[in-house]
Design a protein around this ligand. Structure first.
Ligand code: ADP
Length: 398
């Protein structure tokens, strides 16, 4: 089976054509600068081919057409015709409370996605546009929506409720939703496989640490708590996002500097996090280099990030009444051994014992705790595209 996975952003569109059973990736790539001019980077792993094109992309429709042209091109294509695409899986950021699992897209689902726009005004319109563009060029191909929020819909009310007047939840759907669900679910599943234990018998803390970061408590395969909230701004400090803070700071800064809400949110989303503390970069590699060269603020940014994740590990172990495995994934989690060590060290009191040598590894599945560690610490590269392709194949196959 060949599944096309689409991840549409406001001005970009990532794609992968893969077989979810063999996990073979036939082609993948990225459309950028949609609505500006348009650039397509198309890669064919089997031949190590990389192709770049300037193609006018006034809308996502032209971007999708460019992807299909690339996939079926006689020179750098991987299929003879569009008919070889059995299904399309779309990443959708926000499914609200409506979607607790992936679904086949029909008109009712499209209407529900529209209803979720106020919850994710930046992301969902781009996802919807991507779906429509695909439907227009591939009207007969079944499509599935896979939601970032779905995996966390199992959270109990005590985890997702904010201590605000209850009507904001009832009337306005203000609650914790959580994000990165596809990634947390994938690595939790892989962790169970690596440990050779049914996921129903495991308490796992998954740390998705990338440019955006979130930590989740996964008990018996179900998300029971997660650090992102109503929006992806919450939780640990991120590349440029503040993570959790005292809401009173907003009033103080807005009054003092005459900021409007748009400016304030821009500060919190784009100028904060490890970039804000360090003043150096949002990229952990740059910050680590600066810290090694003696930059105190860069060192503080790293410490604040690591401390914040460590606190959540403790909190989620308490929430679940124990922990069997801690998983690191995403850009920082997969590549940055120093950060993994800083987070997971000093936790011997709760049965976590790292192995420095085993932790000296990047980008591949590995056990990085000591052989006698009660809690296993694992490095597991995430694969959201595979998860989307699998869900899509399963739902379309039904
Ligand atoms: P996104 O949230 O955009 O998907 P990724 O999961 O791709 O982010 O993570 C990107 C981040 O991973 C980069 O910003 C960088 O800080 C970090 N990263 C990548 N490689 C390394 C490395 N070798 N050491 C430390 N950090 C790294």
């Amino acid at each position: 089976m060949k599944v096309l996975v689409i991840n549409a952003g406001s001005s970009s569109l990532k794609y992968q054509l893969m077989d979810p059973d063999t996990e073979e990736v036939f082609a993948k790539g990225l459309c950028e600068r949609i609505g500006i001019d348009g650039r397509l980077t198309h890669k064919v792993p089997a031949t190590d081919g990389k192709y770049e094109f300037e193609i006018a992309m006034p809308t996502h429709a032209e971007a999708i057409q460019a992807v299909l042209d690339a996939l079926t091109s006689p020179e750098h294509g991987v299929i003879k015709s569009m008919d070889e695409i059995d299904a399309v899986g779309h990443r959708v950021v926000h499914g609200g409370e409506k979607f607790a699992c992936s679904v086949k897209i029909d008109q009712a689902v499209m209407d529900a996605l529209e209803e979720c726009i106020p919850l994710a005004p930046l992301h969902n319109p781009a996802n919807i546009t991507g779906i429509r563009a695909c439907q227009n060029v591939m009207p007969n191909v079944p499509m599935v929506g896979v939601f970032d929020t779905a995996f966390h819909q199992t959270m109990p009310a005590k985890s997702y409720i904010y201590a605000l007047p209850y009507e904001y939840y009832e009337n306005d759907k203000v609650r914790r939703y959580g994000f990165h669900g596809t990634s947390h679910k994938y690595v939790a599943g892989r962790a169970a496989a690596m440990l050779g234990c049914p996921i129903e018998e495991l308490k796992i803390i998954t740390c998705h640490l990338g440019n955006g970061s979130s930590v989740s408590a996964v008990d018996s395969g179900k998300s029971v708590d997660t650090s992102m909230g109503f929006t992806p701004l919450a939780g640990v400090p991120m590349g440029t996002r503040s993570g959790d803070l005292d809401a009173g700071i907003l009033e103080y800064l807005m009054n003092k500097y005459g900021y409007d809400m748009k400016k304030m949110m821009n500060v919190l989303n784009k100028e904060s996090g490890v970039l804000g503390i360090s003043g150096v970069s949002s990229d952990f590699r740059d910050i680590e280099t600066a810290a090694e060269q003696g930059n105190q603020r860069a060192a503080l940014a790293l410490e604040a990030f690591q401390y914040s994740v460590k606190k959540l590990v403790g909190a989620y172990a308490a929430a679940m009444g124990g922990v069997d495995a801690i998983v690191f994934t995403a850009g920082v989690g997969e590549n940055d051994g120093n950060t993994r060590m800083a987070i997971a060290s000093g936790l011997e009191f709760m049965g976590v014992k790292m192995d420095a040598q085993a932790n000296n590894v990047r980008g591949k599945e590995a056990v990085i705790s000591a052989a006698d560690s009660k809690v296993k610490v694992l490095l597991i590269p995430t694969n959201e595209e595979l998860m989307i392709a699998r869900d899509t194949a399963e739902i379309v196959g039904k």
